[in-house]
Design a protein around this ligand. Structure first.
Ligand SMILES: NC(=O)c1ccc[n+]([C@@H]2O[C@H](COP(=O)([O-])OP(=O)(O)OC[C@H]3O[C@@H](n4cnc5c(N)ncnc54)[C@H](OP(=O)(O)O)[C@@H]3O)[C@@H](O)[C@H]2O)c1
Length: 277
């Protein structure tokens, strides 16, 4: 069911950067993104120490909750049997909703994984989350998770993935496809070249963008979700970018274009450490 939903939605709205500048101005783009067609909202108790969740709450006021798919995340230190229910209640209150569609364990910390899984299952049984998942898990973490009681109920894994960071293609993504566990790509457009990888200024990317009458950013985004098995959650504070990002979901590449992209940004040929932001 989750996979089906992801395939329909494909593009979502990240709220990470909201943590940097909390203001009413930041709310407008969130509303614009939702208006433009983004239906998945990705937030976390960590972002702005809850401020991001409050802004999401304001942005979704007057919208039909059933039309939205809200992802929230619990911090590793709060992922214990005692603390997780309290963190979850606080997050739900800030967003102003009775449930999250997906609640992720933000990254692995010191709390034993079986305890966190049990706490997530309890939250699901209580009806406060529809599904639970993980973030920043590599293949070994996922296999360990699936070996635990209830671990195979994991609904998604959210990891860093973009054209400049293809490591998860080596084994993790195909394994998740086989296990039918959706892969959510965070930082899907590499924060617009912030990491100095020159993705948007690459001549191949620019030529393909011209061919599709699109921007290089749209090409990066469309590339990230090209398989149909990946949900991307780009962040933008610009309403025009938000609309462009939603439209990127319509771009389809030819085999030749994908080969050209592979030549400039090769697929991984060996296991690489998981990139984390
Ligand atoms: N699970 C985790 O551990 C984790 C970690 C990091 C992030 N995340 C999630 O992933 C989301 C996205 O990641 P991110 O913010 O790191 O990176 P990103 O989405 O790859 O990049 C965001 C940057 O790209 C620019 N941008 C977006 N669309 C554009 C367009 N069409 N044209 C030109 N520039 C564009 C934005 O600037 P403008 O505002 O000017 O458009 C912004 O500076 C976050 O919001 C968060 O929800 C999750």
């Amino acid at each position: 069911m989750v996979i089906k939903l992801y395939q329909q939605l494909a593009l979502a709205l990240g709220t990470w950067v909201i943590r940097l500048r909390i203001s009413a101005m930041k709310l407008r783009p969130s509303k614009q993104s939702i208006k433009a067609g983004a239906r998945v909202i990705d937030t976390a108790e960590m972002y702005g120490n809850g401020n991001s969740e409050q802004l999401v709450g304001q942005a979704i006021q007057n919208l039909d909750r059933k039309e939205l798919f809200i992802i929230d995340k619990v911090l590793p230190n709060n992922a214990s049997s005692d603390q997780l229910p309290k963190s979850l209640d606080a997050s739900l209150a800030r967003v102003g909703t009775d449930y999250f569609d997906l609640y992720l364990y933000h990254w692995r910390g010191g709390i034993p994984l079986p305890e966190t899984v049990k706490a997530l299952q309890d939250a699901q049984n209580a009806g406060k989350i529809r599904h639970w998942g993980v973030s920043n898990f590599d293949l070994a973490d996922m296999k360990e998770l699936l070996s635990l009681p209830g671990g195979s109920e994991v609904a998604a894994n959210e990891d860093l993935y973009n054209l400049g960071s293809r490591g998860t293609e080596f084994d993790l993504q195909s394994w998740q496809v086989n296990q039918k566990i959706p892969f959510i790509a965070y930082t899907p457009i590499a924060q617009g070249d912030r990491f100095g990888q020159q993705l948007t200024t690459n001549r191949t990317i620019q030529a393909i963008a011209e061919e599709h009458q699109a921007t290089p950013y749209q090409i990066l985004l469309a590339w990230t979700i090209r398989s149909g098995n990946v949900l991307a959650i780009p962040q933008t504070s610009d309403p025009i970018h938000a609309a462009e990002n939603v439209k990127a979901g319509d771009i389809e590449f030819t085999e030749e274009e994908l080969e050209l992209i592979d030549n400039s940004f090769p697929k991984p040929t060996n296991k690489q450490p998981l990139d984390i932001l």
